[in-house]
Design a protein around this ligand. Structure first.
Ligand code: ASP
Length: 414
């Protein structure tokens, strides 16, 4: 199936999902719908699809990074690519959250809202400290990391393995050829499973529409729309500048090519589950060499979360306003720092942003119970911010690839 056709079918799947969801929404609590529709067929199809996508992530990331790293003859250039990528990921996340704070303060989001904060309760899951994040990059048991899907540990092990292949002369060449073949096979497996996306997306969206309680929106509309507006500003303006000016590519073509990845991220709310599609698009549609993309895209799925940072910026201002707490400039800088750093160690899975939000709120002395106010509508925002997260991964990758002359413009303008 051509990519255009697939994107069209995903959109059709989404639209049908919304229609079917709306039809069954009034009966959401009925036994029949709960057992056979939302909790039955739709749940089954959605979960099988998600599981198949997740099945690809570990082998894909490992094999693709080994191939990428073993194709770089000079390990120094890997260090250079890594350095540029991490700096850009961190800077774009900091820009995203700064934008979110400025816009929320301008809109005075949450000021004067008469939301009762009594009886709120939110149980926070513990978030990692920065030191732990650094330590957790390394693994004593790579098999365990692969089995448990610790992406950052897998990335580091695969990079070292790939570099070692370069130094292992003839044996290295044999292993490299073997990995190149496996990589081809895995990429074709990715294409087979991606072809199922329209059905998976249909089931995920239909179930979501049936089970989402729309009444909760009214209270937090200001927050909801502020997050959305900043997400869109960042999506098009910041990413547009990265792609158009720094990567010297036509941004309109970029957004067209990214639509499929964004729809996928939107439906799954997980950058990790989207990884196979992101990687395939970066290499085959944008034309970024595997040497760069194989490493920067999986890295981005874990450490680069611009959309998540935006939600956290708006949520901080919103919660401060609701509780009538004035935050100083220093506190806002603390928010920017904590949100940027905490996104580094967290995996791109649904709802993780709310967990790291507890860290941000605690840093500046805001009550984490405030999260209870926004939790009800978080899933929808999670979907949109995940689309922004994955777009950021590809734009930064494009900038880095351009600076290394690793973009095939013929593929891009095909
Ligand atoms: N769902 C987001 C992602 O996977 C993370 C989050 O914001 O919760 O990128």
């Amino acid at each position: 199936m051509t990519n255009k056709k697939l994107t069209r079918n995903i959109l059709i799947g989404m639209a049908l999902g919304i229609i079917v969801g709306l039809i069954f929404h009034p009966f959401a609590d009925g036994y029949w719908v709960k057992t056979y529709i939302s909790g039955g067929v739709l749940h089954l199809v959605g979960q099988i699809f998600l599981t198949l996508m997740k099945m690809l992530v570990v082998p894909l990331v490992f094999v693709s990074i080994v191939c990428g790293a073993s194709n770089v003859a000079d390990p120094k250039s890997l260090g250079r690519i890594g350095g540029k990528t991490i700096i850009l990921y961190v800077c774009t996340t900091a820009i995203a959250i700064t934008l979110a704070i400025v816009v929320s303060l301008l809109f005075q989001v949450g000021k004067g809202a008469n939301i009762s904060t009594e009886n709120l309760s939110f149980h926070a899951a513990p978030a990692q400290s920065f030191l732990e994040t650094i330590l957790n990059l390394f693994t004593a048991n790579p098999i365990n990391s692969l089995a448990e899907g610790h992406l950052l540990q897998i990335i580091i092990f695969a990079l070292l393995f790939g570099i070692a292949i370069n130094f292992a002369k003839e044996a290295g060449t044999r292993i490299k050829n073997w990995f190149d073949d496996i990589n081809e096979v895995i990429m074709s497996l990715v294409s087979i499973i991606i072809a199922l996306t329209p059905y998976g997306v249909f089931a995920l969206i239909a179930k979501l529409v049936i089970t989402t309680d729309l009444d909760k929106f009214v209270y937090v509309l200001g927050y909801f729309f502020t997050v959305l507006i900043v997400l869109f500003i960042h999506l098009f303006i910041t990413n547009g500048i990265l792609v158009g000016i720094l990567a010297r590519l036509n941004p309109i073509t970029f957004f067209k090519k990214m639509l499929r990845v964004q729809l996928f991220a939107f439906s799954t709310a997980s950058s990790n589950a989207t990884l196979p599609v992101t990687l395939e698009t970066a290499e085959k549609e944008i034309g970024i060499n595997n040497k760069v993309a194989s490493f920067t895209i999986p890295l981005g799925a874990t450490i680069n979360m611009d959309g998540t940072a935006i939600m956290q910026g708006v949520a901080t201002v919103f919660i401060a306003h609701i509780y009538n707490i004035d935050l100083s400039l220093g506190a806002y800088l603390m928010v920017i720092l904590t949100a940027t750093l905490s996104s580094i160690g967290t995996a791109g899975v649904p709802g993780i942003g709310l967990i790291t939000l507890t860290l941000v709120l605690t840093q500046v002395g805001l009550p984490i119970e405030g999260i209870a106010l926004i939790i009800g509508i978080d899933r929808i925002l999670d979907m949109v911010r995940t689309a922004v997260n994955v777009t950021g991964d590809v734009s930064v990758t494009a900038v880095v690839a351009n600076s290394e002359k690793q973009i095939d413009r013929d593929i891009y303008y095909q």
